[in-house]
Design a protein around this ligand. Structure first.
Ligand SMILES: [Fe+2]
Length: 205
């Protein structure tokens, strides 16, 4: 796994793409790209937001690398979810929902099988759909959710809201932040939402 995540004169996207290419995680991302291109693109964008945010939150270089890799691979468990389900525009049955929700545990299991779980923050993979009020996929209480997990919860949701899907109308940047703030303290950590808002409103990237 690579230890390079920063070059002064490249864009954020280029830095993340370069990290992904150099890093041992890229073969897994390439599999995702073949399985479901949208999830691959989503993972790259989420990693960009995560890197930007953890830099603003003064994570160390070593911590940033873990967050970046974990963000790139957070949805890798969707390799086990049929594409027809990932793209389904009609309402999902409870069985289908259960299968979708399983992607967090499935991702953790895949990374263990591949022998790379020691290079990621497993909690970020397992808990990225957990809410601070305990109402997430597995109802994990806030006390067990790290700052990195909360960070990923926010940037993952922002990207999901600002990209058009067959089942989801794209929201503007402003609408997405209205929603993040509306659910701040319930789904999202208020400190992380504030920090992400400042980062996304700043001109530099
Ligand atoms: Fe996910």
């Amino acid at each position: 796994m690579s230890s390079m995540i920063g070059h002064a004169r490249t864009t954020l996207l280029e830095r993340v793409q370069q990290f992904a290419y150099d890093d041992g995680s890229y073969p897994f991302l390439r599999r995702m790209s073949r399985h479901h291109r949208h999830t691959y693109d989503h993972s790259i964008r989420v990693a960009c937001y995560s890197l930007k945010l953890c830099e603003a939150m003064d994570y160390t270089a070593a911590e940033r690398e873990i967050v970046l890799r974990s963000s790139l691979l957070h949805d890798i468990g969707k390799l086990s979810v049929p594409v027809c389900l990932l793209d389904k525009s009609e309402a999902l049955s409870s069985t289908e929902w259960d299968l979708i929700k399983e992607h967090c545990r499935e991702g953790d299991a895949l990374l263990r099988d591949w022998g790379v779980s020691g290079y990621v923050d497993c909690d970020m993979i397992l808990y990225h759909h957990e809410n601070v009020d305990g109402s997430g996929y597995d109802g994990i209480p806030e006390a067990r959710l790290s700052l990195s997990v909360k960070l990923l919860r926010v940037v993952d949701s922002y990207d999901a809201m600002t990209v058009s899907r067959s089942y989801n109308k794209r929201r503007t940047h402003e609408e997405a932040f209205d929603e993040l703030y509306r659910c701040s303290g319930r789904y999202y950590d208020p400190y992380v939402v504030d920090a992400f808002y400042r980062v996304m409103c700043s001109k530099c990237c």
